[in-house]
Design a protein around this ligand. Structure first.
Ligand code: SAM
Ligand code: FES
Length: 350
């Protein structure tokens, strides 16, 4: 307990720890240590962002995917999924509704869909920027070439989310078929940063094969990359995947990792994820109280929501965007925070 507290203090002072220190902190966590960590994380969060919570409107625009990640409900071998792809008009309609509700960031997320050529994505990005010049566009389209990332950035995309999933090569191999490469994913992240995107990485908590050692490696990788955003949420099994019978991640460990991330990266944008809200009805509120400062409600059309099922029992598949925004606003108010109408950019000077 004493050693864990002194390591948290060291993390706060130096913003970095050695591998063995991370392993110790993760292995020896106790309720009391966690409470001290969350109080510190909230203190940092309040100093950086006040009581303001940023929102991002998530548009799940395609569930076609050429990849076969063992954990993911829209993997290519899941033949039970009805595939869809939104038209540019449907995407713009999501933005129109989202803008009216107060969203100033749109996140275009999808499987790795071979249909998404640079030309098609450039057209969509330009159309959104033309209609909503005061909004930020975040892409989350998986691994692409340096040239492709560059073109999409030049077309107007501001940010990119690509979770590294796990920094440990052997663990990466347990979560993905041999055709996927953890090294390439890391390289993509470096490319995105170099090109000038506000870049987000992240990982699932409690994925099969994860260990205190692999989580420690995640923290060291994140420290090195120094991303603008880190998305973490519990692994939740999906019944049509090879991991259908695996155990899911816990709220407890997810919150602990969020707290550690806030202390390590005071300025980072940290979402309280939908997956966290799925395994605990108060998961997103708890995420904010552990140091998160972003929520990402769904703007996808109701008709496709349940087809973008990455994991079982995903919440908010039956709600209109307006309901989600209002629901989250009152959830945040109940714990003393408020949703703001703001692009919510990463701020160096904070
Ligand atoms: N194709 C893009 C990519 O690979 O980055 C974006 C979409 S992908 C479905 C978005 C994220 O969902 C992944 O990075 C992964 O961490 C998360 N995810 C997938 N399956 C999940 C599961 N069963 N439980 C929790 N999170 C999951
Ligand atoms: Fe969607 Fe609460 S956030 S219903």
């Amino acid at each position: 307990m004493k050693k864990a507290l002194s390591l948290i203090d060291k993390l706060n002072q130096e913003k970095a720890l050695e591998l063995e220190e991370w392993v110790f902190l993760i292995e020896h966590r106790e309720e009391e240590t966690a409470e001290t960590l969350f109080a510190l994380a909230r203190d940092i969060q309040r100093r950086q962002f006040g009581n303001q919570i940023y929102t991002r409107g998530l548009i799940e625009y395609t569930n076609y995917c050429k990849n076969n990640c063992y954990y993911c409900g829209i993997r290519r071998d899941n033949k039970a999924v009805e595939r869809y792809r939104l038209t540019p008009e449907e995407i713009l309609d999501c933005c129109r509704r989202g803008y009216a509700l107060g969203f100033r960031t749109f996140v275009l997320q999808g499987g790795e869909d071979g249909y998404d050529t640079d030309e098609r994505m450039e057209e969509i990005i330009r159309a959104i920027k033309k209609g909503y010049p005061d909004c930020a566009i975040t892409l989350s389209l998986g691994e692409r070439s340096y040239e492709s990332y560059l073109r999409l950035r030049q077309a107007g995309a501001d940010r990119y989310l690509l979770r590294h999933e796990t920094a440990q090569e052997t663990h990466y191999g347990m979560l993905h078929p041999p055709e996927s490469s953890g090294a390439n994913r890391k390289q993509c992240l470096r490319n995105l940063k170099e090109i000038g995107y506000q870049t987000g990485t992240g990982f699932m908590v409690g994925s099969p094969g994860q260990s205190p050692q692999s989580l420690a490696e995640d923290m060291i990788f994140i420290r090195e990359l120094n991303p603008h955003m880190v998305g973490i949420g519990p692994f939740v099994p999906h019944h049509e995947t090879p991991f259908a019978r695996e155990k899911g991640g816990t709220v407890e460990l997810t919150l602990y990792m969020l707290g550690l991330l806030r202390v390590m990266l005071p300025k980072a944008l940290l979402p309280a994820t939908t997956a966290l809200g799925t395994i605990d009805p108060k998961g997103r509120e708890k995420g904010i109280l552990a140091g998160a400062n972003v929520v990402m409600p769904n703007l996808s059309p109701l008709g496709v929501r349940n087809k973008y099922e990455l994991y079982d029992n995903k919440i908010c598949t039956g709600e209109e965007a307006a309901e989600c925004r209002h629901c989250l606003a009152s959830r945040m108010e109940s714990i003393g925070y408020k949703l703001v109408v703001d692009r919510g950019d990463y701020k160096e000077e904070n």
